[in-house]
Design a protein around this ligand. Structure first.
Ligand code: ADP
Ligand code: MG
Length: 728
C-alpha cells in the first residue's frame, strides 16, 4: 500500500528564527537547497562540470557520475540533519506526492549504515497505484516510476531530502505534469534558438521564464472546523454576504493584519530557505485575501517552486492557527483567487536576454517584434487548447464572474503596440518598407517601455495581457499546477516559431532580404491574428457579443471546455512535437473530467448533509421557539392573540416554506446524482453533473441564505461570512 505521509513533525514547530526574524535574507536564502554552491562544495570539479553540462544540454549522466552525485547529496543533506529521502513528484492529482525512505540500511550483524546510491537517486518505483492514470496503468502493469530531474535542485524539508522527479508508467508514458512540461521546454528551446539566429548568431539556448502570482485566503482554523463545506470542499456552499465586505476597497493594498503578516513572514522564510525567491506580498481585493509573488525563474523551476510554495503555505498556516484557502472561489460575491502566469522567453545572449522586452537598437527591436507577433499568432492558433488547460471545477466559478478574466481567450497589447502593429500592417500594403521606414519602426518600439507600463496595467480584464516585457496569462486558477497552461503555451509557441522560420526562409529563397522577409511574414501574421486582439473591457456584455461575432469561443463550464484540449488539432500539435502522445492526452482528459465530476459530487454531498443535518434542524429549533411563544401569547391574550403574534406566525410560515423547499431540492438533487453516477464515461457524468446536479446548488443555497437572515443568530450553526472574513 501507499506510504505517502506528511513530512516529519519537526516542521510544525515555529522555528527560532521566525521568532526573531532579523537575519538578512541573503544569510539564509537557499540554505536548504542542494544548489550550485553546495554542489561545488560536495562534488569533485569534474563531476560538477559534467553535471552542469548535463543540465545544460540534457546529456545522460553515467552511472559512476550519478553515484558521485548521490553520495554528495547524501553527505550534504545529512550534514543538515536529514535522515530520509524522497522522490518528490507532481502526479495528476494536481498536488505533490512523496514517499519517504530512510537512508540507513540494516546489516545482518545487527548494525546499520547510511546508504544512498546513484540508482536510488536516478530511479524509484514508488508503486503509487492509487494515483490517477486515466487508464494508462492497468493493474497488471501497474508499476509507476519516478526519475530524477537534474534541472531542478534537490532540497530539504524537515529531515527529508526531496529529489524532484518525473513520474512515468512502466511503458514510459507520463503520469505527471512535469514530463510534458520538460518536453515542451526542450522543443521550444530549439525552435526559438533557430529564430534568434536571424538576429544573433551567438544565441544557443532559449529558456521560457515564469513568474507566478499566487492569490489565497486566510481563515482562522477554528472557524473552518465549524464549516464542513470549507473543510471538505475548500469553498463555502452556503453563507449570506456580509453587510460589509469588499465594497469600500479598503482591504486592497491596505496594511496587512498582524496575524496574517506573522504567517507571511514565516512561510516566506521557509520558502526563501528553499530557494523560492518570494519578494512581493500584499492584501488583495476581498477581505482576508492576499497575494504572494516571487521573482521569475526558469519555467520548470518556477513550476516546482509554486507547487512547493502551496504545500509550504498549508503547513506553515497550521503553526498560526490559520487555514489557507487556495480555492478559486471560496466566497460567493467576493473576488476569487487566480494565479497569474507571467511568461516570457530568455536567450543566452550577453545582453538583452528577454526576447519579449523591446530594446533600443533596431536589431533587438525587430527581434522583439518577431517574438511578440509570433506569441500573438500562437495564442490565436491554439486559443482553444490554452483555454482547456485552465478548466477546473473551481475555476468555473471565477472565469467570467466579472472580477476575473472571461472564459473567452483574447490578448491585450496596449494602444502603443496596437499602433505599431497597425503601422506595419498598413505601410507594407503594396510596396516593401523603405530602409528608413524600417529603421524608424524598429526604433520606435524602443520607446515603448515607459508608456507600456502605464497603459498595460490599466486593463486588468484581459485574460492574456502583454505587460511591458512579458505576457501575463491571468485565467489560471489559484489551485492549478502552472505546468499545464505553460506546456500548452510552449507547445503552441514552438509550432508557431517553426512555421515562422519556414515562412521567412521560403521568402529568402525567393530572393527577399532577411529584413523584408521577416516584415512580410509578420505583417501576414498580424492580419491573420486580428480577431484575438482586444483592448476593451473584458467584463462588459458588449465583448460577449463582439467575441461571438469574431468566432471566439465562450465556454463557461469545464465539462465542455476540456473538450477543446482533445481536438485533432491539439493532438497533432503535441504528438508531432513529442510532448504527449494521443494516449497521454486522452488519459489526462479522462482524469480531468473525472476530477471535475468528483469535485461536484463531493460538493453536492456536503451540501445535502449540511442542509439536512445543520441548517434544517437549526431552522426547526428556532421555529419551535416561535411556536412556543405564539402558544404563550394565545394563553395570555386568548382569541386576540393574532394581534400580537402576527409577525411570529409569518416567520413560522416562512421557515416552513423554505425548509420544505430545501428538502425538496436536496432530494431531487440526490436523485439526479444517482442517475449521473451510473452513466458510462467520466465525460457523460460530468455533463450530467453540470446540467442536472449543479443547478440545484444555487436553488438550495438561495433558500438557506434566506433562512440565515431570519433565524436567531445564536441558533445559526455555521460561522457567517462576517466572522470568516475579518480576522482579528
Ligand atoms: P502585477 O501583475 O501584480 O502588476 P508585476 O508586474 O509586479 O505584477 O510582476 C508580476 C510577475 O511578473 C513577477 O512574479 C515577476 O517576477 C514576473 N516577471 C517579470 N519579468 C518577467 C519575465 N521576463 N518572465 C516571466 N515573468 C516575469
Ligand atoms: Mg499580475
Amino acid at each position: 500500500m501507499l506510504r505517502f505521509k506528511a513530512l516529519d513533525d519537526s516542521f510544525n514547530r515555529l522555528p527560532e528564527d521566525v521568532k526573531a526574524p532579523n537575519d538578512k535574507i541573503s544569510a539564509y536564502f537557499g540554505e536548504n537547497v542542494f544548489n550550485y554552491a553546495s554542489m561545488k562544495q560536495y562534488l569533485s570539479v569534474d563531476a560538477f562540470k559534467s553535471l552542469m553540462n548535463s543540465i545544460e544540454t540534457g546529456a545522460k549522466l553515467n552511472r559512476s557520475l550519478s553515484n558521485q552525485i548521490a553520495s554528495a547529496m547524501k553527505a550534504w543533506s545529512m550534514s543538515k540533519g536529514a535522515t530520509h529521502y524522497t522522490h518528490w513528484f507532481q502526479p495528476l492529482t494536481g498536488r505533490t506526492a512523496e514517499k519517504h525512505d530512510a537512508f540507513y540500511t540494516p546489516l545482518n550483524d545487527g548494525s546499520s549504515f547510511e546508504s544512498f546510491d546513484g540508482d536510488q537517486l536516478v530511479q524509484q518505483e514508488p508503486d503509487a497505484s492509487s494515483l490517477p492514470s486515466g487508464g494508462i496503468r492497468n493493474t497488471f502493469e501497474a508499476r509507476g516510476y519516478t526519475a530524477w530531474d537534474p534541472t531542478s535542485p534537490a532540497f530539504i524539508i524537515g529531515k527529508t531530502l526531496c529529489i524532484p522527479t518525473i513520474f512515468v508508467s512502466y511503458t514510459g508514458e507520463s503520469l505527471d505534469y512535469k514530463m510534458p512540461l520538460l518536453r515542451s521546454l526542450h522543443v521550444l528551446d530549439k525552435a526559438a534558438v533557430d529564430v534568434c539566429r536571424y538576429f544573433d548568431k551567438n544565441i544557443s539556448k532559449v529558456t521560457a521564464t515564469l513568474g507566478w502570482e499566487q492569490e489565497y485566503f486566510l481563515v482562522d482554523s477554528s472557524l473552518i472546523e465549524a464549516r464542513p463545506d470549507l473543510a471538505l470542499t475548500g469553498r463555502t456552499l452556503f453563507g449570506h454576504s456580509s453587510s460589509k465586505d469588499q465594497q469600500l476597497s479598503d482591504h486592497y493594498f491596505g496594511s496587512i493584519p498582524a496575524r496574517a503578516l506573522a504567517f507571511m513572514k514565516d512561510f516566506e522564510q521557509e520558502s526563501l530557505k528553499l530557494g523560492i525567491p518570494v519578494t512581493t506580498r500584499h492584501n488583495e481585493v476581498a477581505p482576508n485575501q492576499f497575494e504572494c509573488a516571487p521573482v521569475f525563474e526558469e519555467c520548470n523551476l518556477a513550476v516546482d517552486h509554486n507547487q512547493l510554495l502551496m504545500d509550504l503555505m498549508e503547513r506553515v498556516a497550521k503553526r498560526h492557527n490559520f487555514t489557507v484557502l487556495l480555492h478559486e472561489k471560496p466566497f460567493k460575491g467576493l473576488n476569487g483567487s487566480g494565479k497569474h502566469n507571467n511568461w516570457s522567453l530568455s536567450a543566452n545572449s550577453s545582453k538583452h536576454k528577454n526576447l519579449l522586452a523591446p530594446g533600443n537598437t533596431p536589431k533587438t527591436n525587430l527581434r522583439f517584434l518577431t517574438f511578440l507577433v509570433n506569441t500573438i499568432k500562437a495564442v490565436k492558433e491554439y486559443d482553444d487548447f490554452i483555454r482547456s488547460t485552465v478548466a477546473s471545477a473551481g475555476n468555473d466559478h471565477r472565469l467570467g464572474a466579472h472580477e476575473a478574466p472571461p472564459a473567452i481567450l483574447s490578448i491585450f497589447i496596449g494602444s502603443k503596440l496596437t499602433k505599431v502593429l497597425n503601422d506595419i500592417e498598413q505601410k507594407v500594403t503594396g510596396d516593401a518598407l523603405s530602409p528608413d521606414e524600417k529603421t524608424e519602426l524598429k526604433l520606435n518600439i524602443g520607446k515603448i517601455p515607459e508608456i507600456l507600463l502605464d497603459n498595460t496595467d490599466r486593463n486588468r480584464t484581459s485574460p492574456f495581457a502583454f505587460t511591458g516585457n512579458k505576457f501575463e496569462f491571468r485565467a489560471v486558477g489559484s489551485t492549478a499546477n502552472c505546468a499545464e497552461p505553460m506546456t500548452a503555451l510552449n507547445a503552441a509557441m514552438t509550432k508557431q516559431l517553426k512555421e515562422f522560420k519556414k515562412d521567412v526562409d521560403a521568402l529568402i529563397t525567393k530572393g527577399k532580404t532577411k529584413d523584408d522577409a521577416i516584415f512580410e511574414v509578420l505583417r501576414n501574421y498580424i492580419i491573420d491574428s486580428k480577431r484575438i486582439l482586444f483592448e476593451g473591457n473584458g467584463y462588459g456584455e458588449e465583448w460577449l457579443k463582439e467575441a461571438a461575432k469574431r468566432g471566439l469561443k465562450n465556454i463557461p463550464t469545464s465539462d465542455e471546455a476540456m473538450d477543446l484540449g482533445i481536438s485533432d488539432k491539439v493532438i497533432d500539435l503535441v504528438s508531432s512535437l513529442d510532448i504527449m502522445s494521443k494516449r497521454e492526452v486522452l488519459a489526462r482528459y479522462e482524469i480531468s473530467q473525472e476530477d471535475y465530476k468528483l469535485k461536484l459530487q463531493i460538493e453536492s454531498r456536503v451540501m445535502a448533509d449540511m442542509a439536512l443535518n445543520h441548517i434544517i434542524p437549526a431552522a426547526l429549533k428556532y421555529q419551535n421557539k416561535l411556536i412556543d411563544s405564539v402558544r404563550g401569547l394565545k394563553e395570555i391574550f386568548g382569541s386576540e392573540y393574532r394581534q400580537y403574534a402576527g409577525d411570529k406566525i409569518d416567520i413560522i410560515k416562512e421557515i416552513s416554506e423554505r425548509v420544505a423547499l430545501v428538502r425538496k431540492f436536496v432530494y431531487e438533487m440526490i436523485e439526479e446524482r444517482k442517475k449521473a453516477n451510473v452513466l458510462d464515461t467520466p465525460k457523460e457524468q460530468s455533463v450530467a453533473y453540470t446540467k442536472n446536479v449543479k443547478v440545484y446548488f444555487t436553488q438550495i443555497r438561495y433558500e438557506v441564505d434566506k433562512l440565515e437572515l431570519i433565524i436567531d443568530n445564536l441558533d445559526w450553526p455555521l460561522p457567517k461570512y462576517r466572522e470568516l472574513l475579518f480576522t482579528r
